[in-house]
Every structure is written in structure tokens, then in C-alpha cells.
Design a protein around this ligand. Structure first.
Ligand code: ATP
Ligand code: MG
Length: 391
């Protein structure tokens, strides 16, 4: 009996015609995750199997791969006859300590001559006869032994682990994440990767008003997202001249609105240049003055690009929970200033008016946008070297 890992696919099971497309992406994600480990993948339309000597190390790594619904430590029984299933079930359960049990059978091979309920009954009797001091409890058993009957073999398992669900990374194409050093945008990035989106990142900095440590923090956050299989670039935009221009020349209560419109303009051009199909950010309804629905509309006015806001409806505490889970929280709360916080007006407008914005923006020197795009610094992530080498 071989001990192996059986992978249950996540939501991709709903994708009929392009299921193989999803499965192939999943294989790629797993191969990336398991680089350096000895294993063999076997896959079909319904299940994937991983043969390896390092079962528990591989299991642990698979728990952070998107597109997997569950991972099961299974025993493969090649002889699918009922006597062989009974003997193997007894062998498997002899090594486990429990008082009550239940057998659950599932036949993906419907031509198998014995019906599922009957298989459960026969295997249950064999277990009762051969292991002392146990009983059947169908409602609340200590252990459930699953018998999965397939054409090529029978798989026995009682140990199931939850996967990450979602879609394998890359299946939904590439988007550009507006990544600041705060708590939200990295979480927005994580949720997008979970839906199969590969990410590049854009970060706006205002040196000397912001520090290299702030940039470093953003690169670290991008690196964290790469733990989920992402590979991409961080595009660092020098935003200093734009911010200073706005600060000196334009209506002060609208500063953030102007700044964010400039960010969107740059993000849109960059997204077009790199072939990204959407822009993603960490905006959240009502979190600050610049994120009231009216403000979001006023900022969104500069672009026709799809802007995805995965956190739009989340509470801050829900966002923090995810940030802690993915390991970004401790980095996000480091104190380095971000370019928006440096130039915050005393009383930012809550309901910005588009006619005011448009007439005020006539003063703006739009060459600064082109210049900022020309001067973008590109940093590949994940970074393996010391980050200080990139500063
Ligand atoms: P975060 O939202 O990541 O916690 P924040 O709260 O400081 O950071 P907000 O002012 O709420 O940022 O901005 C909303 C969104 O705009 C951010 O989630 C992020 O997607 C984007 N953004 C803000 N500042 C920057 C920046 N300097 N570089 C890139 N994107 C930014
Ligand atoms: Mg925020």
C-alpha cells in the first residue's frame, strides 16, 4: 500500500471546458512550491496525486497553494476487490487510536459491482472484527475512514486538510496593484492572487519627504505576496515633483483628490505599457475622506480602466485579520511615512466637485506625468538578494 497525497481541486471543478487550462496552472504552482523536493505528480480530470517520501513536508507547502480545495493523506490499494479493501482498511486503522468510527464510501467508478453503502457495511464489519475495543458511531465518530473507489485503484484516507481554495495563480491574467506601505493594499493584493491574478506593483514615493526605508517596506510586502507564487516587478514612481507642484499651486482641501487622480493617470499608462488588464488597490468605502463614494467617483473619473477594489466593503478589523494571517501586518505597521500622509491637508474635502477639480487641474503641468513614467525604477520580485542592494 503506497502512502501518497491526494489533491481535491478547488473551484476549478466548475470550469467545464477549460478545466485542463486550470489544472495545468495548478501543476505549475505546485512545481514552483515544491522546487528542490523529490516528488512525482500524476493528474487527471478529477484528482491530482503526489508521490513523495516527504509526505508531511509537501503537505505543509501545498497548504499555501491556491486552487486546492483539500489535501488528503491517502493509502493507495491497487487490488480493488472487496477482500483487499477490507484487509487494507484494517491495516490502516490498526495504527490509529480511536474508540468510534464510521466508513464512508464514494465510487467514482460507478461500474464497481458493489454499491457504496454496501461497501461501507462490509468494510465496517471487517474493521469491527479485527480491531478490539471499538464501535461504530455514524453521527459523531472519532474517525471517518473514506473509501474512494476509482477505476485504477482504491484510496483509503482519514486525514484531510483544508486547502486555500481560489484559482491557481496566473489563470486570470495580470493586473497592476497600487501597493503602499499600509495595511490594506497588500491584503487587496493577496485576495486578488487568491482569485488567480498575477500581480505587478506600482509604488509612488516622494523622496526626500519619504524615506528609502518606506520603499524597502513596500518591497518586503511585495515579497510576501510572492510567497503565494507571484513573480513580477515593483515599479517605483518618483512622485515628488507632482506632489510638490500640487501642494504649492492647487486648492488645498482638494490635495488628496488631485494626488490620487495623478496616481490613477500614471497607473493607467503603466498598466497599458506592461499589458496589465486591470488596476487593483486597497480602497475601502468610507475609510478616509478620499474614499467616500463621491471621492472614489471623482478620482475614478480620470480612467476607463477597470479598477478592482477587493476591500471595498471590508471592516478594518477583517482586513487586519487577513494581514496577520499572511504575515504582512508587522511590516505594514512599521512607522515609515508614505507619500499621502506627508501631504495631508488639514480639512480634506469629503464631497469633491468634478467641475471644481477640472477647472483647477487646468493649472497642472501634465508633462510631469510623462516625466514620472519615463523615470520609473523597476525592481523584480521576489528579491533573493539583500534588499539594501536595491536602495
Ligand atoms: P493601505 O490602504 O495600503 O493601508 P493607506 O491606507 O495609507 O495604505 P490609502 O490612503 O488608504 O492608503 O490609499 C488607498 C489605496 O491607494 C491604497 O490601499 C493603495 O492601493 C493606494 N495607494 C495609496 N498610497 C500609495 C502609494 N504611495 N503607492 C501606491 N499605491 C498607493
Ligand atoms: Mg487604506
Amino acid at each position: 500500500m503506497e502512502k501518497l497525497l491526494l489533491i481535491k481541486y478547488g473551484e476549478l471543478t466548475t470550469k467545464k471546458d477549460n478545466r485542463n487550462y486550470f489544472i495545468n496552472f495548478l501543476v505549475k504552482s505546485i512545481e514552483n512550491k515544491l522546487a528542490g523536493i523529490d516528488y512525482k505528480i500524476e493528474k487527471d480530470y478529477y484528482r491530482m496525486f503526489i508521490h513523495t517520501d516527504d509526505i508531511y513536508m509537501v503537505l505543509d507547502k501545498l497548504k499555501s497553494v491556491f486552487g486546492i480545495h483539500g489535501i488528503v493523506v491517502a493509502y493507495k490499494v491497487n487490488d480493488t476487490g472487496i477482500d483487499s479493501i477490507c484487509k487494507s482498511a484494517v491495516d490502516v486503522l490498526s495504527d490509529v487510536s480511536f474508540k468510534t468510527f464510521k466508513i464512508e464510501t464514494n465510487r467514482s467508478d460507478k461500474s464497481y459491482e458493489i454499491k457504496s453503502d454496501e461497501v461501507s457495511r462490509i468494510v465496517g464489519s471487517a474493521v469491527l472484527k479485527n480491531i478490539k475495543g471499538i464501535s461504530v458511531d455514524v453521527h459523531n465518530p472519532d474517525i471517518i475512514l473514506n473509501v474512494e473507489i476509482r477505476r485504477e485503484a482504491v484510496y483509503l484516507y482519514y486525514e484531510s486538510h483544508a486547502g486555500m481554495n481560489g484559482y491557481p495563480i496566473g489563470t486570470m491574467g495580470r493586473a497592476l496593484l497600487m501597493l503602499s506601505g499600509g495595511i490594506d493594499s497588500v491584503v487587496a493584493g493577496y485576495l486578488s492572487i487568491k482569485r488567480g491574478v498575477s500581480l505587478d506593483f506600482v509604488y509612488f514615493e516622494s523622496i526626500p519627504h519619504t524615506s528609502l526605508e518606506a520603499r524597502n517596506k513596500v518591497i518586503n510586502l511585495a515579497n510576501i505576496l510572492c510567497n503565494y507564487g507571484n513573480v513580477g516587478n515593483v515599479y517605483v514612481v518618483n512622485f515628488t515633483n507632482i506632489q510638490e507642484y500640487i501642494y504649492k499651486n492647487m486648492k488645498s482641501d482638494y490635495l488628496i483628490t488631485f494626488m490620487r487622480r495623478m496616481m490613477y493617470r500614471i497607473a493607467e499608462k503603466l498598466a497599458e505599457n506592461i499589458g496589465a488588464t486591470a488596476i487593483i488597490n486597497g480602497e475601502n468605502i468610507g475609510q478616509v475622506a478620499s474614499q467616500t463614494l463621491t471621492s472614489i467617483k471623482a478620482v475614478n473619473d480620470v480612467t476607463t480602466f477597470p479598477i478592482i477594489r477587493p476591500l471595498a466593503t471590508y471592516d478594518k478589523l477583517e482586513i487586519i485579520d487577513i494581514a496577520k494571517k499572511i504575515g504582512s501586518y508587522d511590516i505594514s505597521i512599521l512607522p515609515y511615512e508614505d507619500c499621502c500622509t506627508v501631504f495631508v491637508p488639514k480639512h480634506p474635502v469629503i464631497n469633491p466637485k468634478l467641475d471644481v477639480i477640472r477647472s483647477e487641474e487646468e493649472k497642472f503641468d501634465f508633462n510631469l506625468i510623462d516625466k514620472a513614467i519615463e523615470d520609473i525604477l523597476i525592481i523584480k520580485v521576489p528579491i533573493k538578494k539583500e534588499i539594501s542592494e536595491y536602495l
